[in-house]
Ligand binder design. Structure first.
Ligand code: FES
Length: 115
C-alpha cells in the first residue's frame, strides 16, 4: 500500500492517491485512473514522453527495481540518465530518479512524482 503524490505545474495543486497492495499497475495507469495529466503517447516505453522524476518519501532508500531495457535506452537518449547511472542501477539495483511512467510499476512505498 503506497501513497503516490503527483506534482506538476500542469496541475492546480498536488494530488495524492492511494495505490493498493498487490496493485501491479504502472505509474501511468495510476495517473490515468486518477485523472492526473501525465503526458504520454505510445504507452509502450518507446517514445519517452511520459518521463517523470520519482523520489521516495519518508527518507528511505528506494526499493530495488530493475530498469526495463526500453527505459535504459529511451531515458539515455532523452538525456535524463547517463550511462554511468544505468551501470550504477544494474550494480546496486537502486533506480535513478527519472523513469518512464508507462514502465514503472508502483510498489509498496510512498513516492513523489514530478512531471
Ligand atoms: Fe511512450 Fe511512456 S508513453 S515511453
Amino acid at each position: 500500500m503506497a501513497n503516490v503524490t503527483f506534482s506538476s505545474p500542469a496541475m492546480r495543486k498536488d494530488v495524492t492517491v492511494y495505490a493498493t497492495a498487490g496493485d501491479c499497475h504502472t505509474l501511468l495507469a495510476v495517473a490515468q485512473k486518477n485523472k492526473v495529466p501525465i503526458h504520454f503517447e505510445c504507452e509502450n516505453g518507446e517514445c519517452g514522453s511520459c518521463a517523470v522524476e520519482v523520489s521516495v518519501l519518508s527518507g528511505k532508500l528506494p526499493m530495488g527495481m530493475h530498469l526495463t531495457e526500453k527505459e535504459k535506452t529511451v531515458l539515455r537518449l532523452a538525456g535524463k540518465i547517463t550511462r554511468e547511472q544505468i551501470e550504477q542501477a544494474e550494480v546496486t539495483d537502486e533506480p535513478p530518479p527519472w523513469r518512464l511512467a508507462c514502465q514503472y510499476i508502483v510498489r509498496d512505498e510512498d513516492i513523489l512524482v514530478r512531471f
